[in-house]
Design a protein around this ligand. Structure first.
Ligand code: UDX
Length: 480
C-alpha cells in the first residue's frame, strides 16, 4: 500500500511561474523547494526575462541558466525561461499608463509562452501549475485549457488578503479608501475601520498606497485576487499562525494553506538572486562587534527622494553607529548620481559599508547585525523575524504600510519614525533618535528579545508538528 501511495505521488511535476521580481521569485522558489522535498515531486521553475520597469535590471546570471539544479539534497528542480512581451507593443494600453500598469499589462499577455512550455515534452509530464496570485489571468486560463489544477501562490500577508476581501465585498468602501488616501496627510492618524474580523483596528496610515497608481492597485490587484480565489485549487500563502493567528482563523470560503515563513536555513538556500551579490560585505561584517551593525535595505524597487536620502546620511552620521547599506543604482529618485558619493562615504571613517546588492538572508543571520532599517516588504519582514533581528520601519508602497503596523504595534519587534509635518520627511534628528533607541537602550534590548522569540517560532513551523509542515503535505494531497 505504501509503495502504491508513493508511486501515485511520484507523478507530480509542477510548472512554477513567479512574477518576475525579486520579492516574488525568492519565496516561490523556496516554496518549490519544500514541495520538491516531498517524495517524487518534480519542479520546473520558469524565470520570466526581458522584462520591464524594475524587472529590467534583472538578468539570469550563471546560476540561473536553464537546466537542473544540482543543488541541495539532489532535489529535482529544473529551470527554464520565457521572454516577457514588450509593453510598448501592446495596443491596449492607455496613454500615460504608469510603470506598474505597463508591467502587469505585459505579464497579462504571457499565456502563449506558458502554453509553449506545456506543449514541450516533459518527463515526468507536467501535472499542475503553481503561479503567483498576480499572474492569475494569464496562468489560470492556461491551467484550465490544459485541464491542470493550479495552486495560487501569494507572497503577502493573510491580513492584506482579508483587507482586499473586505473591500471587494463592500464591507469597506473602495471610494472611502481612495478618498482617505487622497486626504492622507490630514487623516493619517484617524481610525478608518474597527472590528473587522481577523484584523486589528485599521488607521488611514495602514492602508496600502502608491502615489498616482493606488487606484490601479486597489482595483486591478483585488480583482485578480477574486479570480484567484474562485478558480485556483488552493492558495498557498507565505505566513504562519504565530504572526497572523486571528487573520488565519477567518473563513474566506477557499482553502488557504499557510506555508511560511519561507526562509531557508543558510546551508539549504538555493540561489535565487537576480542580481550579483557582494559577498565581501560578509567579511566586513566579520570584523564588526556583535549586534552593532544597522543593516539598511529597501528591497528590490522602493526608492527614496533625494532630500530624504540626505536626511538619512546626516542621521546615520550623527548616530555614530555602524551601517551596512544596500545602495541600488536606482535607489535615490532624481539624483544626480547613481553610485554612492565617495565624499559622503569617507565621512563615516570606515563605520559604513555601502554596496549594490547583498546576500540578504546571510546578512540577517550574521551575529554582528543588531537591527534592520527596512521598507517592510513581506519577505524582508519574514527574513528578519526568522533571524531574530528587530526592525526600523520605512514603508513605501502597497502592503508595506500594513506590514509596518504589524511589526510595530502587533508583534512589537520594531520601531517607526515620526514624519516632520512641514517637510513631509523623516528628519535627521528623528533618524538618529530611533537608531540609538534600537541599538543603545533597554527598549531596544526588549525588541531584540521579542524578535528572538519569533525566531524560535519560525524554526518550529517546519518541524513535523509545525503548521507549515502539515500544510505542505495537505497541498500535495489536494493535488491528488
Ligand atoms: C514586494 C513587496 O514589498 C512585498 O511585500 C511582496 O510580498 C513582494 O513584492 P520587495 O519590495 O522587493 O517586494 O521587498 P521584499 O518582499 O522584502 O523582497 C525583497 C527580496 O530581495 C528579499 O527576499 C531580500 O532578501 C532580497 N534582497 C534584497 C537581496 O537578496 N539582496 C538585497 O541586497 C536586497
Amino acid at each position: 500500500m505504501a509503495s502504491e501511495a508513493a508511486a501515485r505521488r511520484r507523478r507530480h511535476h509542477a510548472l512554477a511561474v513567479p512574477l518576475p521580481g525579486q520579492g516574488h521569485v525568492n519565496p516561490l522558489m523556496r516554496f518549490c523547494k519544500k514541495l520538491a522535498e516531498q517524495e517524487g515531486f518534480t519542479i520546473t521553475f520558469v524565470h520570466i526575462t526581458g522584462a520591464y520597469f524594475n524587472f529590467q535590471r534583472q538578468e539570469l546570471d550563471g546560476k540561473q541558466k536553464d537546466g537542473e539544479d544540482e543543488g541541495v539534497m539532489r532535489l529535482d528542480i529544473r529551470r527554464t525561461h520565457v521572454d516577457m512581451p514588450d509593453p510598448s507593443e501592446l495596443g491596449s494600453l492607455d496613454v500615460g499608463a504608469g510603470p506598474i500598469q505597463c508591467g502587469f499589462a505585459a505579464l497579462g499577455s504571457i499565456s502563449p509562452q506558458i502554453e509553449q512550455l506545456l506543449l514541450q515534452p516533459h518527463d515526468p509530464p507536467i501535472t499542475c501549475l503553481i503561479s503567483d496570485v498576480f499572474l492569475t489571468g494569464p496562468t489560470q486560463s492556461v491551467a484550465d485549457k490544459f485541464n491542470l489544477p493550479r495552486i495560487a501562490f501569494y507572497t503577502c500577508s493573510q491580513s492584506l488578503l482579508l483587507l482586499a476581501n473586505y473591500i471587494r465585498e463592500g464591507v469597506m468602501s473602495l471610494e472611502d479608501v481612495l478618498k482617505a488616501l487622497e486626504a492622507r496627510e490630514r487623516l493619517k492618524d484617524n481610525i478608518f475601520k474597527e472590528g473587522l474580523p481577523g484584523l486589528p483596528t485599521i488607521k488611514v496610515c495602514d492602508l496600502m498606497e502608491h502615489f498616482q497608481e493606488n487606484r490601479f492597485l486597489y482595483t486591478n490587484g483585488f480583482q485578480v485576487m477574486q479570480e484567484t480565489t474562485s478558480k485556483a485549487r488552493a492558495i498557498a500563502i507565505n505566513t504562519f499562525t504565530e504572526i497572523e493567528e486571528d487573520a488565519l482563523q477567518v473563513d474566506t470560503g477557499i482553502p488557504i494553506y499557510a506555508i511560511g515563513p519561507l526562509v531557508e536555513p543558510l546551508e539549504n538556500e538555493l540561489n535565487t538572486s537576480l542580481l550579483k551579490e557582494d559577498e565581501a560585505c560578509m567579511v566586513w561584517l566579520d570584523s564588526q562587534p556583535c549586534s552593532s551593525v544597522l543593516f539598511v535595505s529597501f528591497g528590490s524597487f522602493a526608492p527614496v527622494s533625494l532630500p530624504q536620502f540626505e536626511e538619512f546620511i546626516a542621521g546615520f552620521l550623527s548616530s555614530k553607529q555602524r551601517i551596512l547599506w544596500v545602495f541600488r543604482p536606482n535607489l535615490v529618485k532624481d539624483a544626480p548620481f547613481t553610485t554612492f558619493p565617495e565624499e559622503v562615504l569617507s565621512k563615516f571613517h570606515g563605520r559604513a559599508y555601502v554596496t549594490n546588492w547583498v546576500p540578504q538572508v546571510k546578512v540577517l543571520s550574521h551575529p554582528s547585525v543588531g537591527g534592520f532599517l527596512t521598507h517592510c516588504g513581506w519577505n524582508s519582514t519574514l527574513e528578519a523575524i526568522s533571524h531574530g533581528v528587530p526592525m526600523l520601519c520605512f514603508p513605501y508602497i502597497g502592503d508595506q504600510f500594513l506590514n509596518a503596523k504589524f511589526i510595530i504595534e502587533e508583534w512589537k519587534v520594531g520601531l517607526g519614525f515620526k514624519e516632520n509635518k512641514e517637510s513631509g520627511l523623516i528628519g535627521r534628528e528623528e533618524i538618529t533618535r530611533v537608531i540609538q533607541t534600537l541599538l543603545e537602550t533597554e527598549e531596544g534590548e526588549c525588541l531584540h528579545h521579542k524578535a528572538d522569540s519569533f525566531r524560535n517560532a519560525c524554526a518550529r513551523s517546519y518541524l513535523p508538528t509545525g503548521g507549515a509542515f502539515n500544510n505542505i503535505q495537505a497541498i500535495v494531497s489536494a493535488l491528488e
